[in-house]
Design a protein around this ligand. Structure first.
Ligand code: NI
Length: 180
């Protein structure tokens, strides 16, 4: 089990656009396992590779209460979205503690590949639909706070910058401590 470091907003690396996965090899399998471990540990219902600074089109999701149904989406594409929209309170492991309403299509059809490179298509509604769209935004370098008003977004950014500085300071102190 390996836990990966989750980038925190407004880290500029969260805005990189992910490249398609072309090799369905052992390295990919390890990355999927590590991302799943990281998501379950956080805990969260979804994680995009972009959030762990790997800029490949790969998303892991598990929306079950029992945390025993891992869904892997590689090179995902939305092939259809309903005209009907819904507003869901979203959160993000890269913006901990922030939840706000985002309007998105209620239902989507997604085409993607699994860990073996096999194509599949599914239709999602409810939380799964929200989660897929949220994680796919990450692959395009988009974080959900970008849907909020500039005022809200700037407040969140300021708070995160302050928190991130505190975390960095603590890490530096710990690292310095180890040298003595
Ligand atoms: Ni997120």
């Amino acid at each position: 089990m390996a836990l990966l470091n989750i980038l925190r907003y407004p880290d500029p690396r969260l805005h990189k656009v992910a490249a398609p996965v072309t090799e369905f090899d052992a390295g990919l399998r390890t990355l999927i396992a590590d991302m799943a471990d990281t998501m379950y540990d956080a805990p969260g219902v979804g994680l995009a590779a972009s959030q762990v600074d790997v800029h490949k089109q790969l998303v892991v999701i598990d929306i079950t209460e029992t945390k025993d149904h891992l869904q892997v989406f590689i090179n995902p594409q939305i092939t259809w979205a309903s005209e009907e929209k819904q507003v869901y309170d979203e959160g993000c492991l890269s913006v901990p503690g922030v939840y706000d309403g985002v309007e998105r299509p209620s239902r989507v059809k997604v085409k993607a590949q699994d860990a073996d490179g096999k194509f599949f298509e599914l239709e999602a509604d409810g939380l799964l639909s929200v989660c897929i769209q949220h994680e796919m935004d990450h692959l395009q370098g988009k974080v959900f706070v970008e849907y909020l008003s500039p005022l809200k977004r700037n407040r969140i950014k300021a708070r995160m910058v302050k928190e991130n500085r505190g975390i960095e300071r603590e890490a530096a102190l710990k690292a310095a401590g180890r040298r003595y």
